[in-house]
Design a protein. Structure first.
Lengths: 113, 113
């Protein structure tokens, strides 16, 4: 069984569209994260949720909205997609907070045309 | 604020040679430090982590890292490189609130036969 899964794996879309990326973890962890990896492979935290509550919201455009329907899921919705949103988005989870090991999903490769 | 600096964006070694990937950190509190590996088109996998229990930390696949407070370093080493070690390596520190990981810019390790 995959510990942290993301769908879709690849996403190609036009500028201005709205898209969602889904993340699920079956590890029983309390905390989930979204990271963005840019074309230079730099990884940056976007959001962090603990027990369905937002605990980090970095400087991310408000076109990005995370939603956590339950502890095992953290979805990322992106409105009005822009060219600069093209990146790889990783979901991760950890037992509590970031001092614990984070387990990463395989990533979603988003290409905005 | 916490930060990490990885010296050398690209390291090339021959198979069987010593691997040394450098990481220096900045932290105003005792840090939690991590090394992650990313194979092509995959998510990140934990190699090892330092949580103040021991300064020499052993990880998976024969890697280890030594925490040196006086040098604010957490360099990753492996005595003998294998072709399968070719990947992107990230050093990370837990942020001050312990709510997210702050990643370095990564080091690409190439291994030649």
């Amino acid at each position: 069984d995959t510990a942290v899964s993301q769908t879709p794996k690849y996403l190609v879309t036009q500028m201005g569209n709205d898209k969602s990326i889904k993340c699920e973890q079956n590890l029983g962890h309390d905390t989930m994260y979204w990271y963005k990896q840019d074309s230079k492979k730099f990884l940056k935290i976007m959001f962090s949720y603990n027990n369905k509550e937002l605990i980090i919201n970095e400087t991310v455009p408000n076109r990005f909205s995370p939603k956590s329907p339950d502890k095992a899921h953290l979805n990322l919705h992106i409105n009005s997609l822009e060219l600069g949103d093209s990146a790889v988005y990783f979901c991760a989870s950890s037992p509590e907070v970031a001092k614990e090991t984070q387990y990463f999903g395989p990533g979603t490769r988003l290409l905005v045309l | 604020a916490q930060s990490v600096t990885q010296l050398g964006s690209h390291v090339s070694v021959s198979e069987g040679a010593l691997v040394l990937l450098r990481c220096n950190y900045s932290s105003s509190v005792p840090p939690y430090l991590f090394w992650y590996v990313q194979y092509p088109n995959q998510g990140l996998q934990l190699l090892l982590k330092y949580t103040s229990a021991a300064t020499l930390v052993k990880g998976i696949n024969g890697f280890e890292a030594e925490f040196k407070k006086s040098e604010t370093s957490f360099h990753l080493t492996k005595p003998s490189a294998h072709m399968s070690d070719a990947a992107e390596y990230f050093c990370a520190v837990s942020d001050q609130a312990g709510t997210a990981l702050i990643f370095g810019k990564g080091t690409t390790l190439s291994v030649s036969s």
